[in-house]
Design a protein around this ligand. Structure first.
Ligand code: CA
Length: 222
């Protein structure tokens, strides 16, 4: 498992590197955004740990560019305490999860483990709802033959909904399936991801596939 850490606080970056290396990960560190972006787009990693405030290219821009290059590596964003808007912006720009500084290494390990643990594939066939298809093996989503690019979390949510199409799925179930490593994910986090998912798969198409069941959850139907 290879991890890229992009963090300009040198002490913190090196401490994260040491901690992850003790967990047997291979770690590359970039101390500014420009090098970070070069590494993130030039080499293959299993997880990218990305600080938002960086000299050179900032973390949000790195997120955007990585996703624009169709790289689906899970991204864990590090944000300063209280900067809620940073977290939401990170998720908006294609990050999969965020961690608020200061954090414990135990928490960091848990997030990294969760991001590297792909949901078990119970079946390898392409899922379909209406004109939407999802290929769980090759990580492709298409609607009306148009390729759609999702973050890892968005993909996992969509896959879960599609495996249970025509059934209402609670936000708690989604949390359990997509964030199975921690108990304190709020339903509002699910809402943020589902909103982004909708922007991508529903917004520019004439028929809505994801339906909200107010105060409870979501249902996908064709
Ligand atoms: Ca920083």
């Amino acid at each position: 498992m290879k991890i890229l850490v992009i963090e300009d606080e040198i002490k913190l970056a090196n401490a994260i590197r040491r901690a992850l290396e003790l967990q047997k990960y291979t770690v590359d560190v970039a101390y500014n955004g420009t090098n970070g972006l070069d590494l993130a787009t030039g080499e293959k990693f299993d997880v990218i740990i990305l600080d938002i405030m960086l000299p050179g290219t900032d973390g949000l821009e790195i997120c955007r560019q990585v996703r624009r290059e169709k790289i689906h590596t899970p991204i864990l964003v590090l944000t300063a305490k209280g900067q809620v808007s940073d977290r939401v912006a990170g998720l908006d720009n294609g990050a999969d999860d965020y961690l608020v500084k200061p954090f414990s290494f135990e928490e960091l390990f848990a997030r990294v483990r969760a991001l590297t643990r792909r949901p078990p594939l119970t079946e390898a066939t392409v899922l379909q709802v209406g004109d939407l298809t999802l290929d769980p093996v090759n990580f492709h989503v298409r609607r009306a033959n148009k390729e759609i690019y999702l973050s890892t979390k968005e993909f996992a949510i969509l896959e879960y909904l599609m495996r249970h199409k025509n059934n209402v799925i609670s936000k708690e179930k989604i949390v359990e399936y997509v964030w199975n490593y921690e108990a304190d994910v709020l339903p509002s986090t699910v809402e943020v991801h589902v909103k982004h998912l909708r922007d991508k798969i529903d917004r520019s198409f004439h028929k809505q596939l994801i339906h909200t069941v107010r105060g409870f959850g979501y249902e996908i139907r064709g």
